[in-house]
Design a protein around this ligand. Structure first.
Ligand code: S3P
Length: 450
């Protein structure tokens, strides 16, 4: 599929975005391990999250989906059954890594397979600590890459210092820790998103935190079944927030979006770049803060993004690089080598596409230096099979002369089904209030119900 974009007229829009991807994956898994029925509202029915749903179904969990964004998960008190065949994680790194942790705690063997993109991504980071806990993991790919064969059970808690700041890795170890004997402690080099911690607390699983980058999980606990409502995904909102921020007098209001402070570093960066940003938390009842964000655009100026900020806006870096190209002066992104092992090498992909559209960019090992302001021109740009690259450059197209064509844009469905409908409203503002319609992606893979 190709996505065609033209320059946006003045942006003055109110919007909601679909459910948070990270929280959706975790909610399905914890609900499945719980001691009863959990209804999840606001679930993100994207391809990635549906891979997690289907994986849990393959492990014997009954999951109903009366509406695309509503799941009824029948928890079975941690009792999972051996899958009848391999589990397909598609292109979802979160599915594969969280499941590796979960399956490390099961006595049966499972095989996790991936599509071509995910089959190139590193799994060493989860295999090493899970093996130390006692799991046996056979890596079938050439460079510690998928497929993985996991046989677990009889895990012991460990104290592990992760070599990379990765919430997927932390989440995998927390899930394994739930099945391990004793205490599992995970120390991170820098704090990452804390959704698993909040989810454990909400489902009454005991954890202990020390500062913001160390968490301990105690084994042998059953999550208490609870209903849960998932807020909108700030990483999806990011595309529209940058569009409004980069347009002089652009205005955007996003309602009911997740405002967990391990995910909102983007807002601080936009503020630093000169946009006006208002954030108001309206509800913390469910442990995940949610509320409203309002952005007004001003001429942006370049900034430096580095250090502790990086893990807290890792998924927003492609769209922030586009903001950098539109800003006055230099924008530097560093300490972001993790971008090289995302759905594509995002550093190379951003540099390639920004140059194709007329911006001046230097690529570094761990980041980018972008010289703005660029006068972007429409071009044909590849998505590299990466949903966030596709969406970031669709937004770049809103600021370019002529037409921008995003090639192979179907990957957008991995995290943001309905993105193109909202995009259309940005270029053709007939409606001022847009709710991204909740569109379920086609359910990938086999649906095996318990
Ligand atoms: C995620 C963590 C991040 C992020 C990914 C989702 C998660 O990955 O890029 O989109 O849900 O835990 P890493 O943990 O590899 O940084």
């Amino acid at each position: 599929m190709e996505l065609r974009v033209k320059r946006a007229p003045r942006i003055d829009i109110e919007i909601t975005v679909p459910g948070d991807k990270s929280i959706s994956h975790r909610a399905v898994i914890i609900a499945a391990l719980s001691n009863g029925v959990c209804t999840l509202h606001g679930f993100l029915p994207s391809e990635d999250c549906m891979h997690t749903v289907n994986a849990m179904r393959a492990l014997g969990i009954k999951i109903e989906q009366p509406e695309p964004a509503t799941l009824i998960v029948h928890g079975k008190r941690r009792l999972l059954t051996p899958p009848k065949k391999e589990i397909n994680c598609g292109n979802s790194g979160t599915t594969m890594r969280l499941l590796a942790g979960l399956l490390a705690g099961q006595t049966f063997e499972s095989r996790l397979v991936a599509n071509a993109g995910l089959s190139r991504r590193p799994m060493e980071r989860v295999i090493a600590p899970l093996s130390e806990m006692g799991a046996s993991i056979v890596v079938e790919g050439p460079e510690q890459t998928p497929p993985l064969r996991v046989r677990g059970g009889s895990l012991r808690g460990i104290h592990y210092r992760t070599p990379v700041a990765s919430a997927q890795l932390k989440g995998a170890l927390m899930l394994a820790g739930l099945f391990a004997k004793g205490k599992t402690t995970i120390d991170e080099p820098l704090p990452t998103r804390n959704h698993m911690e909040l989810m454990f607390n909400y489902f009454l699983v005991r954890t202990a935190a020390e500062g913001d980058s160390s968490v301990s999980v105690f084994g042998d606990q059953v999550p208490e079944s609870r209903d849960f409502s998932i807020p909108g995904d700030i990483s999806s909102a990011a595309f529209w927030l940058v569009a409004a921020a980069a347009q002089r007098r652009g205005h955007l209001l996003i309602r009911d979006v997740g405002l967990n402070d391990t995910r909102t570093a983007l807002l601080g960066v936009l503020l630093r770049m000169g946009a006006q940003v208002r954030e108001a938390i309206e509800d913390v009842d469910q442990l995940e803060p949610r509320g409203v964000v309002e952005v007004t655009g001003f001429p942006l100026r370049g900034t430096v993004i580095q250090g502790k900020e990086v893990p807290q806006l890792i998924d927003e870096l492609p769209i922030l690089a586009v903001a950098g190209a539109l800003a006055n002066g230099k924008t530097i992104i560093r300490h972001a080598q993790e971008l090289r092992v995302k759905e594509t090498d995002r550093i190379a992909a951003i540099a390639h596409n920004l140059r194709t559209m007329g911006a001046e960019v230097a690529e570094m090992n761990d980041g980018l230096e972008i010289h703005g302001p660029a006068s972007l021109h429409g071009a044909r740009v590849p998505s590299f099979g990466d949903h966030r690259i596709a969406m970031a450059f669709a937004v770049a197209g809103l600021f370019a002369d002529g037409e921008t064509v995003i090639q192979d844009a179907e990957c957008i469905r991995e995290s943001y089904p309905g993105f193109e409908i909202v995009l259309e409203q940005f270029t053709n503002q007939k409606m001022m209030q847009i709710s991204t319609p909740v569109i379920g992606s086609l359910t990938p893979g086999p649906v095996e119900e318990a």
